[in-house]
Design a protein. Structure first.
Length: 155
């Protein structure tokens, strides 16, 4: 199943900085069973995700696998089951929910830790952090540079 089919209103499928590429395919392995009042769906869905390493900003890829045990009913209960059509089952909402819940949240790291540490930029702490009070020509993280210009009342 192409990831592009799972996009909601053209928005990319992502959680934080972790995203799915629309050109990639999701591997869907499901078993359908008829039960009283509906259909159960069991199996797994696998997708490849892409992100940047939180330390060195290099590309990181990973595999998310969602185990599925869902119920499709004619009158679904929100958050508990999905809509069962008259002739077809729309798998998109279930696959989208399962995939997004399996994407990693938080800090993403490279698999090559030593290379990551070597290629990551070095930012020195300020002299105040070390107990000194002298200004120095230190490197600072450019992402936080705007905060250096911030002034509060009473300073």
């Amino acid at each position: 199943m192409p990831i592009a089919l799972l996009e909601d209103l053209g928005a990319p499928l992502q959680v934080g900085d972790v995203a799915l590429v629309p050109e990639e395919a999701a591997v869907v392995e499901l078993v359908f069973d008829q039960v009283h009042g509906g259909v159960t769906v069991n199996g797994k869905i696998s997708v490849v995700w892409h992100a940047e390493c939180s330390r060195c900003l290099s590309e990181v890829d990973g595999l998310a696998v969602a185990e599925i045990e869902e119920l499709f009913e004619e009158n679904p209960q929100e958050g508990e089951s999905y809509q069962l059509g008259e002739e077809f089952i729309d798998l998109e909402p279930m696959v989208r929910d399962a995939v997004l819940l399996e994407l990693p949240v938080g800090v993403i790291r490279c698999s090559a830790i030593e290379e990551c540490l070597e290629s990551a930029p070095t930012y020195l702490g300020s002299e105040d952090d070390l107990g000194g009070s002298q200004e120095s020509n230190e490197m600072k993280d450019p992402r936080w540079a705007v905060l250096d210009e911030l002034k509060f009342e009473g300073e």
